[in-house]
Design a protein around this ligand. Sequence first.
Ligand SMILES: Cc1cc2nc3c(=O)[nH]c(=O)nc-3n(C[C@H](O)[C@H](O)[C@H](O)COP(=O)(O)OP(=O)(O)OC[C@H]3O[C@@H](n4cnc5c(N)ncnc54)[C@H](O)[C@@H]3O)c2cc1C
Length: 402
Amino acid sequence: METKKNIVVIGAGYGGITAALRLARLFHKHHNYQIHLIDKNPYHTLKTQLHEAAIRKTEVTIPIDRIIQRRNIFFHLGEVTRIDSAKQSVYMGSESLSFYYLAIALGSQVNFYNIPGLRENSFPLQTLSDAQLIYDYITRLCARAASEPVEKRRRDMLRFIIGGGGLSGIEFASEFADHAAQCICNYHVNPQEVEIIIIEAGSHIMSKMDESFAARIHKKLLEKSIKIITETKIVSRTPDTVTLSSGKVLRTKTVIWTGGIRIQELAKRSGMKIGQLGRIIVDEFLQVESYPSIYAIGDNALAVNSYSKEAVPAAAQFALQQGRLAANNIYADISGGMRKSYHPKLLGEVVGLGRHLAVGWLALPILKKITFVGFLGSLLKTAVQKKHIFLLRKESRKWITY
Ligand SMILES: Cc1cc2nc3c(=O)[nH]c(=O)nc-3n(C[C@H](O)[C@H](O)[C@H](O)COP(=O)(O)OP(=O)(O)OC[C@H]3O[C@@H](n4cnc5c(N)ncnc54)[C@H](O)[C@@H]3O)c2cc1C
């Protein structure tokens, strides 16, 4: 009996799920190839909406079985612990799966930069369980603060620090400010006692975005009574305090840490070359250097923009583009077609500033773009998020409700 050749995708996030669905479509008549998808969770996480789950407990996952239903995709629930690039196998503990081609899309993890006390005493926001923890904690803390009779203790409970003024920190802070306003009203808390403070190491928030947009976002955050401290780092954390690089010590029970990402060391341990933040060095086809049967996608891949010569940022829109391209290139490799180079397309940037407000721009044909601030922006942000689900539906030919 002829054994099938395995094309394995590890990670079912934005990049991995797109690659797996695309591969299933391309190989649907090639019965000697089997597509495998591995993830440690049985669901696809809409990571760009995690801040909403952390504050409003919204649904941000889609079960993988619904996405891959009736497709030539074999799903494995398991944590990848090792990649043997020479033997062409991936390991989930003692179980192994050999691969003919592999696409690595394991996303990123939080980076605490070894700041003393930060890992032990702060909340990251990278996974569904992080969001659930934050939701439970904040719900309890707000209720406890409302019934705390000592003002000093109440103020410590109601001072919330967000470490990192990038996209996830800003979106979380804005969503949280709306929620805090609601709690203040429901629990009769004095609004003067609530403080939300963003600490940003750079000279301005949203450092990767156009400065004029960053300035608009800054203004909107101030209107929500969010304080912003720039050019300052968190240098240590205890359960009750945060020490800043300026020497200032803030008393707080809560730090939400969104200050940086890093990539898990699986690829490095298996001999692949890595660059900044531990991202895997790939060529213009997204192929891993020295390993022609391995591709890397999304946050894992250190892809370079051939025009600007800069690293492509870790963002969902690039993970989606790369997932599709890696699948097409694997198909081209196997079928003898022409592979295509990766040219990142920045389709827009939309920053949600709470439930009914967003700032950003979207690309239009012929080098034009539309910019927006306000409620219309939040509708467009929702449309961008829904587009991903729509494309999953289209690829899986299945109506996914979530
Ligand atoms: C709060 C927040 C808000 C964000 N907002 C935006 C936004 O508005 N716009 C934007 O473009 N980007 C945003 N990002 C960044 C974006 O989410 C990431 O760039 C994107 O998710 C990367 O996609 P990926 O496919 O590389 O990895 P991911 O989507 O992270 O998927 C990785 C998958 O791998 C699985 N996995 C990890 N390790 C293992 C293992 N060892 N074994 C098995 N499975 C494993 C995970 O369970 C996960 O399913 C945000 C990120 C966060 C945290």
